[in-house]
Ligand binder design. Structure first.
Ligand code: G3P
Length: 218
């Protein structure tokens, strides 16, 4: 499973890249706002800075919600760097835009997926990735992982090449469950990725090894 980091914070992206397990980055307008990035030129510069750090796909989201606007913004984003994946919301014009970009060989990520039917539509339009938001489904009493499993079955039934990119991942168990049910990618915060490192028996075991070594080596 590929590991993407879901942030627009350059220091965190650099830390994840240096950690050696990073396959890509996802952003959205809320994450860009969190970093205080505003104004078209600053936004484009920030995406370029992310591309300069990471070896892999970088999802950059359009703000427009009409077909022509999404095409205009998406083409501008795609021109920035070959790592850019144009992130498009799951709406009717979004599906048309995904078809347009797919025919031009520009990668897309269909975002705000909350049902298998939405994922199927995006895959039929030729999306490179679909992003089911598992944490937000959990928040309202549904099981986000069930949705990943359902989409996995549908994509496998028909050989869709669209990758399942589990988004709104919040914790290490989300990551493990995504891997169990065969998500192609997960995107989450650095804290959830680093939490995978932790086990008390590892900490205790290492402490003991070092103490035993010190006993005979001084
Ligand atoms: O990738 C989508 C993600 O940014 C949404 O996460 O935690 O706001 O539901 P969250």
């Amino acid at each position: 499973m590929k590991f993407f980091i879901d942030t627009a914070n350059l220091a965190e992206i650099q830390e994840a890249q240096d950690f050696g397990i990073l396959d890509g980055v996802t952003t959205n307008p809320s994450l860009m706002a969190k970093e205080g990035i505003s104004g078209k030129n600053n936004v484009l510069r920030h995406y370029k800075a992310i591309c300069n750090i990471v070896d892999g796909d970088v999802s950059a989201e359009v703000i427009a919600t009409d077909f022509e606007g999404m095409i205009r913004e998406g083409e501008e984003l795609a021109d920035l760097d070959e790592k850019i994946v144009v992130k498009i919301p799951m709406i009717k014009d979004g599906i048309k835009a995904i078809r347009y970009f797919s025919e031009k060989g520009i990668k897309t990520n269909c975002t705000l997926i909350f049902s298998a039917g939405q994922a199927l539509l995006a895959a039929k339009a030729g999306a490179t990735y679909v992003s089911p938001f598992i944490g937000r489904l959990d928040d309202i009493g549904f099981d986000g992982i069930d949705l990943i499993e359902q989409i996995r079955t549908i994509f496998d039934n028909y050989g869709f090449e669209t990758e399942i990119l589990a988004a709104s991942v919040r914790n290490p168990m989300h990551i493990i469950k995504c891997a169990e049910v065969g998500s192609d990618v997960m995107t989450g915060p650095l804290s959830a990725i680093l939490a995978l490192l932790k086990h008390p028996l590892t900490d205790n075991g290492l402490k003991q090894f070092l103490a035993d070594h010190a006993k005979v080596n001084g």
